[in-house]
Design a protein around this ligand. Structure first.
Ligand SMILES: *Cc1c(COP(=O)(O)O)cnc(C)c1O
Length: 391
């Protein structure tokens, strides 16, 4: 390995011996690709001409008036595929092709990464198979159908809680026996090195664009930058644009489920303790015996008992802070953004919006709050109507 992949005490490589050569090959290919002008030109061409970058920075005037802060939205919901996941999937699919891999596997929670993987596989002509928990397949059915339409095979995962954690386990198990032909396209900035560094590299375009767009429009920087936290890729993507601006407060918003006092939620950074899962050392929601807890969030894409190691590190150094929003706050924000701006956000992104609302009423009053609108929310509409809010 060229690097140990540690962010302070978090990160690293904790995998079976059989995966080490694949991770070394991947790191080698990634380090080459990120300095290779031909690779980067192809990647940027796809981002611009296929996926629709740059995405707009939108000042939500109606919400700003209602909430009392200046609310800015980085519109990753407008990226091709409907979420920021496309930035990473296109990058990794190009890398897989450069490594001569003929098969892509991926895990997915909300289905957004599965869709992004399936799109990239279709585009580059690489066979794609996606592991998805049965529970998630039910609550995110439109994305399952989309993946199949795009030519991907979707494997239901029926073990444990039947959500994202188990889907990652299955994908890793597949990879152990298929490393020669197969690239494992991990969907978030987590897992063993080099995944956290590589996914961040492919997502940093969000922060890079947002910082430039914001300074052009305002001749200043935002006071706060907010993003929801599942594994942490959209957050590290937007945060990375502001790492050299200590006056900008970076806040990650975790899923509190029905409340932090309940048994199941996903507030890993606030309630977790150090441990190893999915090839990395990070914070984990676990019981006294080190058993990983079942998480719960209405947003399938945030339903994960660990978090990318860089966020554990950013929290430990105080460079970023982490808070939580509940299901019902997220649903409130989902409806409020839809009705006040005509934009339907993903339930995941709605967690960040919900915290922005709380912030606007106290410390953030009159300030500039930039929120990463990580995805669009059509996929969640049926769930919101069925379970929660008769429209
Ligand atoms: C997957 C997903 C997330 C959570 O993943 P991160 O890696 O934490 O960004 C958030 N929002 C949307 C729309 C997603 O699809």
């Amino acid at each position: 390995m060229k690097s140990t992949g540690f962010f302070g005490g978090f990160g690293g490589v904790y995998v079976p011996e059989t995966l080490m050569p694949a991770l070394e090959e991947l790191e080698e290919a990634f380090l080459q690709a990120k300095e290779d002008s031909v690779f980067l030109a192809k990647y940027n061409d796809l981002l611009h001409n296929y996926a629709g970058r740059p995405t707009p920075l939108y000042r939500a005037a109606n919400l700003s008036q209602r909430w009392g802060a200046n609310i800015w939205l980085k519109r990753e919901d407008l990226l091709h595929g409907g979420a920021h996941k496309t930035n990473n999937a296109l990058g990794q699919a190009l890398l897989a092709r450069a490594m001569g891999k003929t098969r892509l596997i991926a895990e997915t929670g909300a289905g957004q990464h599965g869709v992004a993987a399936a799109m990239s596989g279709a585009l580059l002509g690489i066979k794609t198979e996606v592991y998805m928990g049965e529970v998630d397949m039910l609550r995110q059915q439109p994305n399952v159908l989309r993946m199949r339409l795009l030519g991907a095979e979707v494997h239901p995962v029926t073990t444990g809680g039947r959500t994202l954690k188990e889907a990652i386990n299955e994908a890793l198990r597949d990879w152990v026996s298929s490393v020669r032909t197969t690239h494992y396209m991990l969907g978030t900035a987590a897992g063993p090195h080099p995944f956290p560094a590589m996914v961040k590299f492919f997502q940093q375009i969000i922060g890079c664009e947002a910082r430039e767009q914001f300074s052009q429009r305002c001749a200043c920087l935002p006071d706060y930058v907010l993003a929801c936290i599942g594994g942490g890729s959209n957050a590290v993507g937007i945060f990375s644009g502001f790492f050299n601006d200590p006056q900008v407060k970076l806040i990650g918003v975790e899923p509190a489920g029905k409340g932090l006092e309940t048994e199941h939620h996903g507030a890993v950074l606030q309630k977790g303790s150090p441990g190893c899962l999915h090839g990395m050392k990070s914070l984990l929601l676990q019981d006294g015996d080190g058993q990983v807890l079942e998480t719960y969030s209405i947003a399938a894409g945030l339903d994960y008992p660990s978090v990318g190691p860089e966020h554990a590190y950013l929290q430990s150094t105080g460079q970023a802070s982490y808070v939580a929003a509940t299901d019902s706050e997220a649903i409130g924000a989902y409806v409020e953004l839809s009705r006040s701006e005509g934009i339907i956000p993903a339930l995941e992104s709605a967690h960040a919006l919900a915290y922005a609302k709380r912030l606007s009423s106290c410390a953030g009053h009159g300030k500039h709050i930039l929120i990463n609108l990580s995805g669009r929310g059509d996929k969640d509409l049926q769930q919101v109507i069925d379970n929660v809010q008769p429209l």
